[in-house]
Design a protein around this ligand. Structure first.
Ligand code: ATP
Ligand code: MG
Length: 364
């Protein structure tokens, strides 16, 4: 098999700063573990606009379509607020997601013991938490037709349509079951089958796919409102949660806050398998470009580094190396190394972005 390829799109703001630390990590795996990647770099977002007048050049789009994994930093910044909607930095990211057809959005909520005090919940509720929310990303109520604001008599009516086809549900369900097999082998599917037809179909299709292809995985169903409650009450009961675009948006943000800082949260967006069997994939930290701290060496690179760990696991089948990297992060945190976002007001000295990267390399 040819050398796996990675396209790096650092983007704007703290994107390039946190991505520089990922590059160090990739180099470490190349040198010490002999994992060779064909790495190339390109522009996205405001950085691409500055050079090409568009937030994503066609040539970059083509490279992304061919890459085994795309690693993205963050896009946007106040400098670009004045731009026309069609060339805003965020449009670059949206184009990538849309044209790569990344229908399965993976958001882990993982709580490192050393940070359990950061959670909004009690320590025993979150310590050791490791769950994954799989959100359908390309359909549902954010895309369904008809939509719009119309006039009915003398009042305005806002309309959105929740619409899911069988195949859209089936593909994200498969993605969740595949993932569960690499984790705790448990899937909980969430919808509102009690009040929504799309929810009834969702439950039926997930059940059918389960029986036909994934009977070895434990499956349960929950109404999404009850799921939200359970997620806050005792999140450790879950392994993989699969849900639609709207509920996934809400549930994954809620789950994120179980674990503490935005600077810790990775994500993956996966599409259909390519010819080589690997899914199209884009990995990025959940946080944005953080203009308030950009250029100051303050950003926490862990979200971006953990996004690369997800790439190792989900694009390159290197689960052991992904775990190795996650353990290195865990060790550094246990040792008390903290970027500014991970410190309270207790006067401890934070490390810089690159010092955090170096410590993680050392721990590796
Ligand atoms: P976007 O619209 O691009 O998602 P946002 O406005 O939602 O951006 P972020 O850019 O993610 O927000 O920043 C929100 C806050 O979190 C800011 O105060 C920022 O400094 C902080 N923050 C975000 N990412 C990090 C990080 N990696 N390290 C430290 N602080 C961060
Ligand atoms: Mg945001």
């Amino acid at each position: 098999m040819s050398t796996p390829s990675i396209l790096i799109l650092p983007g704007d703001g703290i994107g390039p700063e946190v991505m520089a630390e990922v590059v160090k990590v990739i180099d470490w795996f190349g040198e010490k573990r002999d994992l060779k990647f064909d790495v190339s770099h390109d522009l996205v977002g405001g950085a691409a606009y500055d050079k090409h007048g568009t937030p994503l050049a066609d040539e970059t789009m083509e490279k992304a379509q061919k890459a085994d994994a795309v690693l993205l930093g963050a896009v946007g910044g106040p400098k670009y607020d004045v731009l026309d909607f069609s060339v805003k930095p965020e449009r670059g990211l949206l184009r990538l997601r849309k044209e790569m057809d990344l229908f399965s959005n993976l958001r882990p909520a993982q709580c490192f013991d050393a940070l359990a005090d950061f959670s909004s919940l009690k320590k025993d509720v979150v310590a050791g938490l490791d769950i994954m929310i799989v959100r359908e990303l390309t359909s549902g109520i954010y895309f369904g037709e008809p939509r719009g604001i119309i006039k009915e008599g003398n009042e305005r009516v806002g309309i959105n349509t929740q619409r899911y086809t069988e195949s859209e549900i089936a593909r994200v369900a498969r993605s969740a079951f595949e993932l569960a097999r690499k984790r705790g082998n448990k899937v909980c599917s969430m919808e509102k089958a009690n009040v929504m037809e799309s929810g009834i179909l969702w439950r039926d299709v997930v059940t059918e796919i389960h029986q036909a292809e994934y009977a070895d995985v434990e499956l349960s169903h929950m109404y999404a409102d009850a799921g939200a409650m359970q997620l806050c009450r005792w999140p450790k009961q879950f392994d993989v949660i699969v849900t639609d675009n709207l509920f996934g948006d809400l549930l994954s943000d809620a789950a994120a806050m179980l674990t503490g800082s935005l600077g810790m949260l990775p994500s993956a967006s996966l599409g259909a398998p390519m010819d080589n069997g690997r899914p199209k994939a884009l990995y990025e930290p959940v946080h944005g470009s953080a203009p308030d701290i950009a250029g100051q060496g303050k950003a926490n690179p862990i979200a971006c580094i953990l996004s690369f760990a997800m790439a190792l696991r989900y694009s390159f089948d290197l689960g052991d190396d992904a775990t190795r990297l996650e353990k290195a992060v865990e060790k550094v945190l246990a040792d008390g190394v903290r970027t500014a976002d991970l410190l309270g007001e207790d006067g401890a000295t934070p490390v810089s972005t690159s010092e955090m990267g170096d410590k993680i390399i050392e721990a590796l």
